[in-house]
Write a protein that binds this ligand. Structure first.
Ligand code: GLN
Length: 194
């Protein structure tokens, strides 16, 4: 049975857990969704989700626990939201440990102080209708490598990126009622549905 882990180091883990379970049920899929904390637990999953939170803290814990190695050596698919997007990038405007799995740079808190938190109707390449984006001190991506695909923008700021078996969003899909990002991750990125 497919296993999807929500990385339980810091951040809004329970919302992702709930959202992923809801998505699995909606898709009528046999899958186990669990919290994971150690490299061993991560290595047993086909996909993991890195939540929003403080990317500096999560990144340090990922490194200290050897989770970076577990993800890379087992080719585990990753959905990274907000701080998770920061961690998937190769470079940010801070000095912090990163996974560097998506060739892109990221600007942390990229929407400035006034817009620390906001909601926006998004046009995402992977969906037909608008998607309700929830942004909280969100990053944006820029300077994508040629093989990474930008899947959404606000003006010139890239707010969602797909690359190989990795998906990053600036926004928080787990804080909406809309399961489409999790569905996309499971169906297209994790590739576990016929
Ligand atoms: N600004 C945070 C960071 O870069 C991310 C905020 C969030 O995940 N809501 O770590």
């Amino acid at each position: 049975m497919i296993k999807i882990g929500v990385l339980d180091l810091q951040g809004d883990i329970s919302e992702h857990l709930e959202m992923t379970r809801k998505t699995i049920m909606k898709m009528n899929l046999e899958a186990e969704v669990l919290k994971v904390k150690t490299a061993k637990e991560v290595a047993e999953c086909q996909g993991i989700i890195i939540s929003g939170g403080e990317s500096t803290v999560i990144g340090r814990l990922i490194q200290e626990n050897g989770i970076d190695h577990a993800i890379k050596s087992n080719n585990i698919s990753v959905l990274g939201t907000c701080a998770g997007m920061v961690l998937l990038s190769e470079q940010t405007d801070y000095d912090q440990p990163l996974l560097g799995l998506i060739p892109m740079k990221v600007k942390r808190n990229g929407f400035g102080r006034q817009k620390a938190s906001f909601e926006a109707e998004l046009n995402l390449k992977i969906m037909n209708n608008h998607y309700p984006g929830v942004f909280i001190r969100a990053p944006y991506a820029f300077q994508l490598g040629s093989k990474a695909t930008p899947i959404g923008k606000i003006h010139d700021k890239i707010i969602a990126v797909a690359h190989e078996n990795y998906l990053a969003t600036s926004f928080h899909p787990e804080l909406t009622e809309d399961t489409r990002i999790h569905e996309y991750f499971i169906k297209e990125v994790l590739n576990c549905v016929e």
